[in-house]
Design a protein around this ligand. Structure first.
Ligand code: FE
Length: 336
């Protein structure tokens, strides 16, 4: 006798991450080569099985929203504070309640409501053609100076990295100054915004741009492995970590939080605490050439060689929440 409902149940069981004790369901928009060892080390040291669901952050946010109280997500991991900020605004996270996290991670790298924490950081830096730019911009504000007209390449305004950068300028200087900056930057562009951060750096090598804005790791990784159109021209490119005399360089984060309806809250907390151990920090930071958030752990040599800098100590939460205002301002000034 056929029992179709049983096979249907079995299918559901196989397709759904388990709710049982001894497991943790990680929804992550990060996927790097080192992630396998990262998860495996946690499983071996705790006996807690990690079920990974990896997808684009917005897809995961939609999934968690539609799953609601019946959701399987325990931990949500994403890159860029703007994205975890979106999840938080959507009510998808709960307090971390961890003394270990509070002790290990600087307060400005955690959300003020204790709903997420940084697990690594990335700097938004200025790159320039050493041969043609004698006085490169030393601040984000300089990028709007008419003397750089027609020289700058950066990606589209809808990209979350640019939204977070403008979000930080809004938080520091207010909306009017942020609008003037966005307009000045738009007027200095060498071409219509296009491509990813690597493409802006390639623009310097090809001569299409003299100045580019990009996250530091897109540059660092090209020293380690061949990036077409970039690695061969690395020695042409100089790097500036901006705003050293003023607010410090804008840093963004990879972040983790506990899902609002996490079925395995204790395991979720244990997993995030594990992400802050020296072993995990090394794997996380080296997986994408990012900076560790825990003291005593060194970044990769490709990153260290870029030089040290002072980071902006504005709470990442304050620009994570400014994404919508930032997009409106970019639209108002006609920055595509
Ligand atoms: Fe990136």
């Amino acid at each position: 006798m056929r029992r179709p409902y049983l096979s249907a149940l079995l299918l559901v069981a196989l397709a759904t991450p388990a709710f049982a004790q001894g497991e943790v369901n990680v929804y992550s928009s990060r996927h790097y080569d080192t992630d396998d060892s990262l998860y495996k080390t946690f499983e071996e040291s705790t006996g807690i099985k990690v079920n990974r669901i990896e997808d684009d952050a917005n897809v995961l946010i939609e999934r968690m929203t539609s799953e609601g109280e019946l959701g399987a997500a325990d931990v949500f991991i994403t890159v860029d504070a703007g994205r975890i900020g979106r999840a938080d605004l959507a009510g998808l996270l709960q307090p971390l309640n961890s003394d270990i996290i509070d002790e290990k991670v600087a307060p400005e790298l955690r959300s003020p409501d204790d709903h997420w924490t940084a697990i690594s950081t990335r700097a938004r830096a200025i790159f320039y053609d050493k041969a043609s730019v004698e006085n490169p911009p030393q601040t984000y504000q300089d990028l709007a100076d008419p003397k750089y007209e027609g020289m700058i390449c950066t990606r589209s305004s809808s990209n979350v990295y640019n939204l977070s950068l403008l979000g930080s300028i809004i938080a520091h200087d207010g909306e009017d100054a942020a609008r003037a900056w966005a307009e000045g930057l738009k007027n200095n562009l060498a071409r219509d915004p296009q491509g990813g951060d690597t493409d802006q750096l390639r623009g310097i090598v090809s001569g299409e741009c003299q100045i580019a804005i990009a996250n530091h790791y897109y540059f660092a990784r090209a020293f380690r492995s061949e990036v077409s159109g970039l690695t061969e021209g690395l020695d042409k490119i100089g790097v500036v970590f901006p705003n050293q005399e003023t607010t410090g360089t804008h840093v963004n984060i990879s972040a983790a939080g506990i899902a609002k309806y996490a079925p395995n809250v204790d395991n979720a907390r244990a997993f995030i605490e594990y992400l802050l151990t020296p072993t995990a920090q090394e794997l996380i930071a080296n997986g994408n050439d990012e900076f560790p958030v825990v003291e005593g752990v060194e970044p990769a040599p490709e990153v260290t060689q870029l030089g040290s800098f002072r980071r902006d100590e504005l709470n990442v939460g304050s620009f994570a929440m400014n994404g919508d205002v930032a997009q409106r301002i970019f639209n108002e000034v006609g920055y595509r």
